[in-house]
Write a protein that binds this ligand. Sequence first.
Ligand SMILES: Cc1cc2nc3c(=O)[nH]c(=O)nc-3n(C[C@H](O)[C@H](O)[C@H](O)COP(=O)(O)OP(=O)(O)OC[C@H]3O[C@@H](n4cnc5c(N)ncnc54)[C@H](O)[C@@H]3O)c2cc1C
Length: 545
Amino acid sequence: MRLNAMSVFSLFSIFLAVSHAEQWNSNYGHSISHAQAICHQLHKQIPSRVAFDNTTNNGKLAAAYQEATQRYNNAANADDVPACVLFPSCASDVSAAFKLLHDAPDVPFALKSGGHDWNRGTSSTNGGVLIYFRPYLNYTTPSHDGLSAEIGPGARWQEVIPPLEAINRTVVGGRYGDVGVGGYISRGGISYLSSQYGLASDSAIGFEIVLANGDIVIANKTSHPDLFWGMRGGSALFGAITKVILQTHPLGMIYAGTRTYYSNQTESVLGAAWDFLAGFKDPKAAITLTFIQAGYIFGLNGTSSWRIDFFYDGTDPGQVFDSFHSIPSVPTDAGVTDPVGITQYSKILNTIDVPNFSNRSAGFVSSYPNLPKKQMVPFLQEHLERTLNMTSILNNERELAFFEMAFQTIPVAFHQASYERGPAANTLDPAAGDAWWLDYTLAWANPKDDVRYTQALKGVVDNGPLMMQARYPDLKPTNYQGAVSNETQQLVGYGPLLATDAGVGQNVFLSYGDERYERLKAIQQRYDPRGLFYTQTIPLDNLAE
Ligand SMILES: Cc1cc2nc3c(=O)[nH]c(=O)nc-3n(C[C@H](O)[C@H](O)[C@H](O)COP(=O)(O)OP(=O)(O)OC[C@H]3O[C@@H](n4cnc5c(N)ncnc54)[C@H](O)[C@@H]3O)c2cc1C
């Protein structure tokens, strides 16, 4: 019953998010003039940090303005034209903006770090104030002992990893180097290192945050501990991160690389991934298994393949990837070179994906218990086939760019590592057993398809858990031990939803469980009672009254 109501709410939320630009446009005459006034006040206070277009300040910010407004993973966001862009160089600059925005409830704003959110409008604004954390808040400063690092939200992971690698340290960060720290860390973040150290946010030691009223606070275990709890998984609901301190971890040379498999090897690759997950032995090992379908506009008309990214923290993975070695992969280099071998983390950060800057897109996530192999592998196959039925209909319309579905294996070790570093809003529960987090991405070319394609993808994503629940209501996941506490009882099964991969309207906060949901609401009431972060921005998710 609740799921149905939630689904209706979700569709409504998607519609609201996708038509974000139109909403603000309907108030355009009023909002834009007020937004312009706010921008002028901000420009008066910090002239070198505000641009109205690429000619402001004699064009000194032209390149930054171009990047801020045009470089989005979801190209639909580049349609939005902000009233101005603020390029903060410190928390006080952001504070100045919020002090003005707080008293201007009709003026929208958006926070942008790396610009990689799949969702429409969460890091862009049409007619509002865009706060872009690059180029100035992009830094990585290791502590003198190297055990932690201060990182600016505007940094991309490909900029964070190399200076740490130089001292044989690393952080739990993105698997794709172009992703920004700000969005990734505020939403959780899954990494190759997660089975050792949990979610990326689990390694956060503290945040510098600018609150809705402009106050600058430090949130850590002793200062504003409630905010610290909520910031990890709470997305951008309580404030803007202007600095994060992350615990670092040792890392030397690694064994890593990517193999491609034929699309008709679905049963074999899913079976091998199931074995890897259910019999998980070594937390230093990680894989990302992705089905990729290239669409008509790439001239490939539905050509598809499997890709597996292998990662091992160390140079000798032993037998940990053996279940995959027996599956014939597509030869590269005429079959001479195995693309998996000894390398450095910084070298693989940009090999797993390609930027999607010219396409419009939507992304969603779902979470499944890892049922026994006899049920799980056929279920995943059927779910993929149903999803491909949908994409082939869209591909016939000749607008599809690509479809990707990542089958992320989440072993108990990952949950355990998160649990040990908690508590936080998104802490995982090791007793809940093994899980799969499926991450779906659809990309297309034509703006007229924005709402319809997003809803088509959401439809198949929502259908999966309903199908599994109906078929196997009593089956427990592998390595299930019962939930650690009542609080995490609801994490067994179909939650939590990883916020970094989620789509607007996916009820991420409800997926953390009722107790945590209520706690998040209380934190929101305390730190943003006026609701700046969900009325003047497009939030990933909301806390209903
Ligand atoms: C190619 C690709 C690969 C990816 N790989 C992974 C992966 O391996 N693991 C994973 O977990 N996720 C992955 N993601 C998802 C990615 O982590 C999320 O989309 C993340 O939100 C992107 O962060 P960003 O800063 O680049 O995004 P942005 O679009 O800049 O921001 C995303 C959200 O974060 C908020 N935000 C931005 N800056 C701040 C700030 N300073 N303070 C508070 N809130 C802020 C924005 O309001 C917005 O809601 C991937 C995405 C892509 C496109």
